[in-house]
Design a binder for this molecule. Sequence first.
Ligand SMILES: NC(=O)c1ccc[n+]([C@@H]2O[C@H](COP(=O)([O-])OP(=O)(O)OC[C@H]3O[C@@H](n4cnc5c(N)ncnc54)[C@H](OP(=O)(O)O)[C@@H]3O)[C@@H](O)[C@H]2O)c1
Length: 504
Amino acid sequence: MGREMILLTGATGYLGRHLCHHLLDRGYRVTTLVRGRQEGMRARLAQALGPLGREPGVVEAFEGDITLPDCGLEAAVRRRLAREGVAAVIHCAGLTRFGSHLADEAQRHNLEGTRNVHALSRALDAGQFHHVSTAFVAGDASGTFDQEALDRGQGFHNPYEASKFAAELHLRQVHRAGEVLRIHRPSIVVGGHPLGLNQGASTVYTFLKALHFLRCCWRRDPGRMACWGVEEGETGLHLPMRVEGDPGLTVNLVSIDQVVEGIAASLDRPRPGLSSRTILGQDYTLERLRHEFSRAMGITGIRLVDAAAWREREMTPIERNFRRATASYLPYLRGSPRFPDCEKAAGWPVDPGRLARQFRRLLEDDRAGLGSQAMELLQVRGPEDYFHCLLDRRVGHSFLERIRFIDCRARFLVEDIPPFDRILHFRGGEVRYCDPDEREWDFCYRLDRPLFEAIVRGEEEIRRAFFAGRVRINGDKEAALKFGFLFDDHCRHLEQRVLEEVCA
Ligand SMILES: NC(=O)c1ccc[n+]([C@@H]2O[C@H](COP(=O)([O-])OP(=O)(O)OC[C@H]3O[C@@H](n4cnc5c(N)ncnc54)[C@H](OP(=O)(O)O)[C@@H]3O)[C@@H](O)[C@H]2O)c1
């Protein structure tokens, strides 16, 4: 298709940046729709494409947001794109996190977002529409799941799967005869360059991150970990730990190269109609992954046990923490759908040992402290995640214990798009969200998202930021500053608290 224009969403993400790179290699002109204002948008594109050897200027970027009508593109931009002609829209943007508290967000991004991008594609009269979905629209469907199948009455393991399913269902409902609409369903995508720099690298990387985290805890305080049988052995760190999972279960890993080549190649074969294709790599048993990952990480003593053996005895604190960090993936260690009619993608299969060794090097180079690592593992990116974990007692346990004597309603107004605005009621060492109609509060902190994240990681303080004019306080200032002092103290000592948690 020569210098034809592709409109790509999600170019700052993991898959999108590799796809962008590959499309440029194939000679396409790539136009991207990126969140955020001009400056931030350029910086994030540079961050995504730079390590792949691309200047951000090689793509044209428009400010947009898939959750908005017309994806937030100005009318003049839409007119220009339509005039110049968009050969294909590839929709790769989405919310890829699994948290149960993100159900609304997942629908907004993955269902509404797909609806908006598809409508935009039609308005621009694009020649083809490509939707990047996931093999896991199969949810908990038992047995086999054909690549043209969709609604088999399955349930879903998380809001992410449900929202990706809903997006596909929507596309099927609105598809018109003659329209070229392709749905690509990769399995678990791994590899590429640079591993780990995709902020929040998840799936199999989460297991490697959790192992690295436990090693860092050992380095910080070997004595504390020793009572759980952790010791430095001749072949590496001996970390006796059970992980619940069926050792014989297979999971499919597909390399990023296989995925981007598969998607890009399909641009050359624009068959009218709607089709969906599962993009598979190779199957690996959990036992093989356990073995390869343990070896690459220099760790011995990890055992996969089935559900019955898991229940036989209580979890050790180390097992509990590892499980907590990898909880989102537990369903995938218990069962997995089969995709019998799908051909394996062409190209090099994934080498799990090599993947883990590369990732370990990146982890070792990263100087993040234990507190930041713990937050990363719990996928705490913003106030929604932090307070979700606080309410669940996955963070801040000792903080709540310490403020038992306090009864207050604190409003957190974190400015962003969309803003976070919730009131939390702290009382007797418990915390709950107030209902939206309960509008009374004692004090309100108003701050931006990066500052909030820095505070909960112990890198900034509410009180200091208040005196520097970066946190505004309304209502009872004195109570807010006292509460802020206790919260700052907790976050400042996060490293220590995390260690206590892991071993207690
Ligand atoms: N990774 C996998 O293993 C895998 C497997 C199967 C399918 N998939 C599918 O592949 C697609 C990409 O996944 P990924 O792993 O590359 O995800 P990712 O790294 O989380 O990237 C998501 C991308 O979507 C963008 N985005 C999110 N919300 C947006 C919004 N409201 N407006 C505009 N852009 C928005 C993000 O932009 P910001 O930079 O602004 O956040 C980012 O560029 C997803 O649809 C996912 O379902 C991924």
